[in-house]
Write a protein that binds this ligand. Structure first.
Ligand code: SF4
Ligand code: SF4
Length: 476
């Protein structure tokens, strides 16, 4: 270890921008075992590993880096998967520059250890070598848990519950599982085969998936509570934040997720209705994306790959204040995306179809309380940006649960998030838990995985307490 003084930080090989914009394949090649071991040996095995402190899952990063550096890959896999139900997703899509790698102590001066790439290399070895065996719990239990939603929180909870022998059924309203992993994240960041490999692994681990089933429409919460010992709601946050400006309802002004879902469906080989297909395709169009987060970056990079005439990202603050990963911004710039800082739309022009965005110039005013600078309009400074397709990536809110009249509804916050007991993640309805974006608000996949794992532990405690009551009643 401590090889950081001798070995330079290296990312996995990245396909050149002119080549990678021609398809939706992942832009990084897998890192070879030899390179990953060499990169892992750069870790200085800190007494207080700030990488782990800033990993939402508190992964034992120095431990699995040491095992990788010494070629003990199976041990690295066991350690990595002990705290993370889906390390292959996090290695690919975590904004490591804001999390583990951004806090690596050798980051300044030497360049952070490439933690995400090594996490990926560990998982790819595990699947290739057959170490990632399906779950085979020591005892099959009778208790049954229903999970509503098959995104990262639902899948992570299912993994941890199956490890303890609990029977799990996941209900998914879409026609295939994976939620945001399948339909929200583009293939150039997370290949669909990686998501489907994990779904297949969960099926072989005994998890039942029931797709095309909507809560409130095809099954009620009351039915789920009656048939199962506990219910976990992990339906995510898919309701787009709206932009209340004139022209926002013109044809061609589209919420980001609707656009991304359409492209992800094409990648799965699905056929879209012709009118949707045309509307949600950037080929030959001048595309304007409003927003500065990771979803905005996914949109601009998707539009480039679809063959847009031009792609511009409009953000109301400056580069430093962008919430998206720096790495994603860099990838977008390499791929030909132009960024416009400190502007925001005050309206859209067009008869039926959008033709232009009317943009107002902003200046950043420092926050006296030390927060992010506040954007303020510069009087009289407006301009028009020609646009055939405008994608709004302004964040997402949870959709209200569609529950039957008369059945108890979990209490919600004003923005639609489900209220939970912070310790047990149980909602106001006994035996009904919540995890991921529906509980936390739109956030990173790694936080949803954490919530799913926590919810599984809380459900196991609930089931154990319930069993004690049953045993107590039987003894009496
Ligand atoms: Fe880093 Fe994410 Fe992996 Fe944690 S889960 S070590 S933050 S890549
Ligand atoms: Fe290794 Fe960096 Fe973590 Fe320290 S902070 S243990 S050097 S990865």
């Amino acid at each position: 270890m401590l090889e950081f003084v001798r070995i330079e930080r290296e990312m996995p090989d990245k396909r050149p921008a002119p080549l990678r914009v021609k398809d939706f394949a992942e832009i990084y090649q897998a890192m070879s075992e030899i390179r990953a071991a060499a990169q892992a040996s750069r870790c200085s095995q800190c007494g207080i590993p700030f990488c782990s402190v800033h990993c939402p899952l508190s992964n034992d990063i120095p431990d699995w880096l040491l095992a990788s550096a010494e070629g003990r890959w199976q041990e690295a896999w066991l350690r990595a998967s002990a705290t993370n139900a889906m390390p292959e997703m996090c290695g690919r899509i975590c904004p490591q520059d804001r999390l583990c790698e951004g806090h690596c102590v050798i980051e300044k001066g030497f360049g952070a250890v490439t933690i995400g790439a090594i996490e990926n290399a560990i998982v790819e070895q595990a699947f290739a070598q057959g170490w990632a065996e399906p779950i085979s719990p020591p005892v099959e239990r009778r208790e049954h848990v229903a999970i509503v939603g098959s995104g990262p929180a639902g899948l992570a909870a299912a993994t941890r519950l199956r490890e303890q022998g609990v029977q799990v059924t996941i209900f998914e309203r879409q026609d295939r599982p994976g939620g945001l992993l399948s339909y929200g994240i583009p293939g150039f960041k997370l290949d669909k085969s990686v998501v489907m490999r994990r779904i297949d692994w969960l099926q072989r681990s005994g998890v039942t998936f029931r797709c095309g089933v909507s809560l409130g429409q095809d099954v009620s919460l009351a039915e789920l509570r009656e048939r199962h010992d506990a219910v976990l709601i992990a339906t995510g946050a898919y309701r787009a934040r709206r932009l209340e400006v004139p022209g926002a309802s013109l044809k061609g002004v589209v919420p980001a997720l609707e656009y991304l879902v359409a492209e992800n469906r094409r990648e799965f080989g699905d056929k879209l209705p012709a009118s949707k297909d045309r509307l949600l395709d950037a080929r030959g169009k001048r595309v304007v994306v409003i927003g500065g987060g990771d979803t905005a970056m996914d949109c601009v990079r998707t539009a480039v790959r679809q063959g847009a005439k031009s792609v511009r990202c409009i953000y109301r603050r400056d580069r430093e204040a962008m919430p998206g990963s720096r790495r994603e911004v860099l990838h977008a710039e390499e791929e030909g995306v132009e960024f416009v800082w400190c502007e925001t739309p005050e309206g859209f022009e067009g008869a039926r179809q959008v033709r232009a965005a009317r943009l107002v110039r902003l200046r950043l005013v420092p926050d006296p309380r030390g927060g992010r600078p506040h954007p303020e309009p510069v009087p009289g400074e407006t301009r028009q940006e020609t646009a055939d397709l405008v994608l709004l990536a302004l964040g997402f809110l949870p959709e209200p649960l569609a529950l039957a009249r008369g059945e108890p509804h979990p209490e919600t916050h004003p923005d639609g998030r489900l209220k939970v007991n912070p310790d047990s993640l149980m909602t106001s309805v006994p035996g009904v838990f919540a995890a991921g974006d529906i509980m936390r608000g739109a956030s990173l996949v790694v936080w949803a995985i954490k919530d799913g794992q926590r919810a599984a532990r809380a459900i196991l405690d609930w089931l154990a307490a319930d069993q004690k009551k049953v045993d107590g009643r039987a003894a009496a």
